[in-house]
Design a protein around this ligand. Structure first.
Ligand code: ZN
Length: 496
């Protein structure tokens, strides 16, 4: 089979077949977190391990390399943004990544991560960094080994970063983050001096919360014939297959905003997944680009749409029909409560402004670790020092400081910066959408969300993996990635 077209057809079938199995695995994973009876967990872990093995065999099949080499350089892929060229580029990237890591290293990484998670849970409960440090040391060494296998142009960190955010490097992100930090620190300091707005107090019956939430996400564009909303301990969004994207949330009867904004966030992820072209399902062109671009979609709907004034001009009266506790709350008071800025210790509880500083702190520490400028034992002190510098507060314990996140315990380094990149992409896309569509706020206040969703579909979702993140930003907005739209957006919001 030397014909490039036939080699391409083989790769396409192989890729789609693997994607069907990955879908089945996704469904097992969703079920595990939402429905699975307690005693079924052990068997489920075995099922998922078995499927992981099958998928690993498929992704490292040597025929992939042979077929790719028959296509690369041929006329079939001469136009770099054609369907064939994009898929071949991404198949090559995925194949190289899966075969570059020796099986022995892959097993050591998986083992250290599984062990790490259990050790981290204990260390966090005891708030004792010294319990976790030896495992982190081991995982860091393995991650550096992995980076050497994958290869990089400038520094080892980039090899791992590229996995989550294709084409991105630490050196390219550092100046953007530095500019954002310089703008955010004084903004947050001002908000801190003014004191945070009061949260919304009262009883919010779970049934009423769920009914309200379902009506709002349906208005935004979540199609309940293509998805589900369920409850889970850790909210997430999972695209199972075309026409099947599932989101979860967690209700707190004392605070309706947690489930509400969490679910709108996950809706943003689901809208992106469902907007990827079905006809390319199972191939790279049918997939989302990166973690950061995914996060830009969830954060845009959560923050730029659902925390805005025009949005609540429409929905506060509707919320009041459901929740007695909101009876005499004025729009101003409500907006202040859902947009409060308050430096805190915990990243996952952070507001839109302080969140980015939590991310930068982690990014800077990770880089220092990879560059050999920081020792694992010195992380807690360095962490607390940065918390003081950026947010003006000192964590009372490592459980509320360097031990709070699960990521490092699973060997996920270079993951954190994708969150702030997501915020930057979101602001830049939102600004471009406003330029193209006119007054978005006026649309939100009448419940018209489809112009924004259609714009996102056409400009971002439908394009699948055609572009790398930075190229997508340039193509869609006409400008290079910049922190300025995010800074303007936050200054506009918190300057009010
Ligand atoms: Zn997210």
């Amino acid at each position: 089979m030397s014909n490039p077209r036939r080699a391409y057809q083989w790769l396409r079938r192989h890729s789609v077949n693997a994607a069907h199995l990955a879908s089945a695995m996704g469904l097992l994973g969703w079920d595990q977190q939402t429905m699975l009876p307690t005693k079924g967990h052990a068997a489920r872990a075995d099922q998922m391990a078995a499927l992981t093995g099958v998928l690993h065999k498929l992704s490292t099949d040597k025929r992939i390399g042979t077929m790719l080499s028959r296509i690369e350089g041929s006329d079939l892929v001469s136009d770099p943004i054609s369907t064939e060229a994009v898929n071949v580029r991404e198949w090559r990237r995925e194949y190289d990544q899966s075969v570059k890591i020796p099986a022995k290293l892959a097993m050591a990484l998986a083992h250290a991560a599984a062990e790490g998670h259990a050790i981290w849970e204990k260390a966090r409960a005891a708030s004792d960094w010294s319990l976790f440090a030896p495992n982190l040391e081991k995982q860091l060494a393995l991650a550096k080994e992995k980076a050497e296998c994958l290869g990089y142009a400038v520094e080892p960190f980039d090899a791992l970063f590229d996995d989550f955010e294709p084409g991105e490097t630490a050196a390219a992100v550092e100046p953007l983050f530095a500019r954002l930090r310089a703008a955010l620190v004084p903004l947050i300091e001002k908000a801190r001096k003014a004191g945070p707005a009061a949260p919304l107090a009262g009883e919010f019956p779970v049934d009423a919360q769920e009914a309200f939430l379902r009506s709002v996400i349906a208005d935004i564009g979540f199609d309940f014939e293509s998805g589900r909303l369920d409850t889970a301990a850790h909210p997430f969004s999972s695209k199972i297959a075309p026409g099947d994207a599932r989101i979860t949330t967690r209700f707190d009867p004392k605070d309706f905003t947690k489930a509400f904004f969490g679910a709108v966030h996950e809706t943003g992820h689901a809208l992106y997944s469902l907007g990827c072209p079905d006809e390319h399902f199972g191939t790279p062109l049918g997939r989302s680009i990166s973690l950061g671009i995914h996060e830009s979609q969830s954060r845009m709907w959560e923050n730029m749409v659902a925390r805005s004034r025009p949005f609540w001009e429409r929905y506060l009266p509707k919320a009041k029909e459901r929740f007695k506790a909101l009876g005499d709350v004025r729009l101003e008071t409500f907006l202040a409560a859902v947009n409060r800025v308050e430096p805190g210790f915990i990243r996952v509880d952070a507001d839109e402004a302080t969140y980015n500083l939590h991310i930068m702190l982690r990014f800077e520490l990770e880089l220092a670790l990879f560059r050999g400028e920081l020792a694992v034992n010195d992380i807690p002190a360095a962490w607390n020092e940065k918390m003081r510098g950026y947010l003006g507060i000192t964590p009372p314990s490592d459980a509320q400081g360097a031990l709070q996140d699960v990521h490092w315990s699973m060997g996920a380094f270079a993951y954190f910066p994708t969150y702030t990149l997501g915020n930057m992409y979101a602001a830049q896309f939102f600004q471009a959408a406003g330029r193209d569509l006119g007054d978005l706020g006026a649309m939100f206040s009448r419940g018209a969300f489809s112009p924004l969703l259609s714009w996102l579909r056409e400009n971002i979702h439908r394009r699948g993996r055609t572009y790398r993140p930075r190229d997508l930003v340039r193509t869609v907005t006409g400008e290079d990635l910049s922190p300025e739209p995010l800074i303007r957006y936050l200054e506009g919001k918190y300057g009010e």
